[in-house]
Ligand binder design. Structure first.
Ligand SMILES: CC(C)(COP(=O)(O)OP(=O)(O)OC[C@H]1O[C@@H](n2cnc3c(N)ncnc32)[C@H](O)[C@@H]1OP(=O)(O)O)[C@@H](O)C(=O)NCCC(=O)NCCS
Length: 194
């Protein structure tokens, strides 16, 4: 299990992250992930929005476990899980895609904690070169989170997502390792950890 960085901040807001950690998903997490993933506030922003069946969920986990290029992770605070992160197309120096959600009952600010811990893991432990994310245009929280974490908008896929008879565009984001490390160093130089 990896501990999160001690803190992160932006003007006026400082979060202590020393109690956060990230670890692999285990079989015991499956019922919790099943309820999070199927919650309407989560699945309405996923690319597949139907209610996942228990069978589909177990298949997804079994398939993921056999895929060395995929990592399923739980982010937790004081040992209590509050978010899920997935990295795909993994290898050292790789350009990876990420996906994530926080527990439906998690307070605002949890997304930022999740992002910070997961990206620190991605660019330090996993030694990734780049993390790419995608957000449906109606998903303002995900857009705000990507921007807040330092992602650059790299593209717009017009009418890419079709659900309930409506087409929505998808925003593509990217964050490079050196950009992430520069942000972290910047913060360390201006705000000493408590
Ligand atoms: C996306 C998600 C992780 C964000 O979590 P969160 O706890 O709401 O996010 P935070 O409160 O940490 O906010 C992160 C940033 O986004 C901004 N933000 C959050 N919600 C916002 C909204 N509705 N509109 C605009 N900005 C928003 C915050 O102001 C913050 O930016 P700041 O640091 O500059 O102030 C969470 O809403 C979620 O799990 N949603 C469902 C699943 C999902 O959408 N996953 C992503 C798929 S791409």
């Amino acid at each position: 299990m990896e501990k999160g960085l001690a803190w992160f901040c932006k003007p006026g807001r400082i979060f202590m992250l020393e109690l956060c950690s990230i670890r692999s998903v285990t079989h015991d997490d499956l019922p919790m992930l099943f309820s999070w993933r199927n919650h309407p506030d989560v699945r309405r922003f996923m690319f597949t929005q139907h209610e996942i069946s228990p069978h589909e969920h177990l298949n997804w986990y079994a398939k993921s476990c056999q895929d060395p290029s995929r990592r399923l992770l739980i982010v937790q605070e004081q040992q209590i899980p509050f978010g899920f992160v997935q990295f795909d197309h993994l290898s050292t120096g790789a350009v990876c895609d990420w996906g994530f959600y926080t527990a439906p009952q998690a307070p605002k600010g949890s997304g930022k904690k999740l992002g910070y811990v997961a990206l620190n893991h991605a660019f330090s432990s996993l030694q990734l070169h780049k993390v790419c994310g995608q957000a449906i245009v109606s998903n303002k929280a995900s857009q705000g989170l990507h921007q807040s974490l330092g992602f650059q908008q790299e593209g717009l896929l017009r009418d890419q997502h079709h659900v309930d008879g409506i087409y929505q565009s998808v925003i593509c984001y990217g964050l490079l390792a050196h950009e992430w490390h520069a942000q972290s160093t910047d913060k360390e130089n201006t705000h000493a950890p408590h």
